[in-house]
Design a protein around this ligand. Structure first.
Ligand SMILES: *Cc1c(COP(=O)(O)O)cnc(C)c1O
Ligand code: SF4
Length: 327
């Protein structure tokens, strides 16, 4: 993905009082799981051999800054680089917490033009950064602009606010979003301890406004990389009315190797999990192949390892073979 100005791989430290309180009120395992996402680690300065600045290879799918058209029927807009907290595992760390700030009208105009022209696009993802660091007014204006050129477009709002600042999901926000057709909300819970009564109330406000809520989790070492944590997380999400949509293998973003679960182990975990929870509770397990192979749901076929047993060989969306570290 292209960014307008300079960018850095070093993610700032920022969290919310609410999220910190949630950690302190959780049991030991829950507390550890949350603090690992909050507190910077000196190992973030280490770059493993396989780690990349643009781990998804998005640059070549970015017709202009902050706009990614990687998959035929979906486009992604980075509406801001600000978040309420910076997650230590963030794979968009070369953009998030940077110096670009919110999207301007001047940047939005060519995007609206592109959407009007590219009729194959059916869904627009608003992401970043966290779109809900924008004011309601600004967010609604962006959605209105998109809807004015293509009223039928589905808009996905991707935000971690239900996890880190659930009060941000006010009635006014939920009702405002709900006044548009085809709005979906995707959030990012990684551990059952994050699913508090406040989060439940936030989710309820969205559901009451007619907005379906999905969740994407990231598999993280020391946070949720065991069968019982994942099972509890996905079952509790279901109880809250949230559909677990994706569980992601940690991307090969710089400075995140201490949080990454080896793919070999991730595949073992997820194949066991499948037999322990319902189809509704089970998310798709996916990996974004480095170098632009795309987002692949695993296991998609059998994945042979190379001669040394160090890499899985996985077919990308372009049918090319990509290597992903196994251990
Ligand atoms: C993940 C992603 C999407 C959305 O893909 P889904 O599989 O529909 O969730 C769209 N664009 C980009 C660039 C993505 O990385
Ligand atoms: S809220 Fe999302 S974009 Fe922001 S730091 Fe966390 S994972 Fe990254």
């Amino acid at each position: 993905m292209r960014v307008k100005k300079g960018s850095t791989d070093y993610l700032p430290f920022l969290t919310t009082e609410y999220y910190l309180q949630t950690a302190l009120q959780a049991d030991d395992a829950g507390c550890r799981a949350i603090l690992k996402q909050i507190i910077p680690d000196i190992r973030e300065f280490d770059t493993a051999e396989c780690e990349l600045k643009d781990p998804l290879g998005e640059e070549k799918f970015s017709p202009f800054p902050r706009f990614v058209h990687r998959y035929e029927d979906r486009a992604l807009i980075l509406v801001t680089d600000r978040c309420a907290m910076y997650c230590r595992h963030c794979f968009r760390r070369s953009f998030s917490g940077g110096i670009n700030g919110p999207l301007s009208d001047a940047e939005l105009t060519p995007m609206a033009g592109y959407l009007a022209e590219h009729r194959e696009i059916n869904e627009v993802l608003l992401t970043g950064g966290d779109p809900l660091t924008l004011s309601n007014e600004r967010l609604f204006k962006i959605i209105a602009r998109i809807k004015s050129v293509r009223p039928e477009l589905v808009v996905r709002v991707c935000s971690r606010m239900p996890v880190v600042n659930p009060d941000r999901i006010s009635r006014a926000l939920a009702d405002g979003l709900g006044s548009y057709e085809g709005i979906w909300f995707v959030t990012h819970f990684n551990h059952a301890a994050e699913l508090t009564e406040y989060s439940r109330a936030a989710v309820r406000r969205l559901l009451a406004a007619g907005i379906p809520v999905l969740n994407q989790s990231v598999l993280l070492k020391g946070v949720n990389d065991d069968l019982s944590s994942l099972k509890e997380l996905f079952q509790k999400l279901l109880r809250f009315g949230v559909k677990p949509y994706y569980l992601f293998q940690g991307d090969l973003a710089r400075g995140t190797s201490h949080l990454r679960v080896p793919l070999r182990r991730a595949l073992e975990l997820t194949s066991k999990l499948k037999y322990e929870i319902s189809g509704m509770a089970m998310p798709r397990f996916a990996v974004d192949l480095p170098g632009g192979g795309g987002k692949i749901t695993l296991p998609s076929q059998s994945h042979p390892v190379d001669d040394e047993g160090e890499f899985y060989i996985i077919k990308g969306l372009d049918n090319e073979e990509y290597r992903y570290p196994a251990n």
